[in-house]
Design a binder for this molecule. Sequence first.
Ligand code: SAM
Length: 217
Amino acid sequence: MHNDDPPNWEEQRKMMVQHQLRGRGISNQRILEAMGTVPREKFVPINYRHATYHDGALSIGYGQTISQPYMVAFMLQLLDPQPGDRVLEVGAGSGYQAALLGQLCQEVYAIEIIDTLAERARQTVQELGYDNVHIIVGDGSLGHPAAEPYDGIIVAAATPDIAPPWQEQLTEGGRLVAPVGSQGAQRCLVAAKKHGELGITESIGCIFVPLVGEHGW
Ligand code: SAM
């Protein structure tokens, strides 16, 4: 390839799936397919677009990030979304993970507290035709009561705890995945709701930007 050739996004996406995801143990076929299909480059600001398929998080402005592809895949695999699910994402950011969920689930509500980011995310998911993805501006630490209950809730910002509204807005049998800990370091938790209570399993360590709002920092 010559330096002035346009990037071959499809090829880069394929390599990302092969090396960063499969190569590190992501095995959920539907998630691998979705990550091999959704054009991540459309969610990355123009000045970082060349680095879209690098193995890391990238700035999306306003001090926020689009998460590392591996981390996105890992958390989605913990969530284990099903085709008929209605899912809430807290921290829509660029809209990338919301688009992935749009491909994996029936209905997606993705809430973002920074209105400019939410507007940009909404435009991108609309342009790509994800009609089942709804980007909402608001404080996701309160969940999104207007569309509850959810079969799954995925939190994409570091949270001090599992906010009570998330537990309330999960269906019986529903699952929540969140990075829980301090502002500097967290652990991914998977919580499954049974008889109204959450059974919690701890997974790998991670570092996310902090959740703000009523139940955040
Ligand atoms: N999932 C996103 C994506 O695919 O681009 C990346 C999310 S980014 C790591 C975390 C996002 O959470 C930021 O955009 C931030 O503004 C948002 N956020 C922080 N606190 C929030 C809150 N209380 N409600 C909704 N969004 C919040």
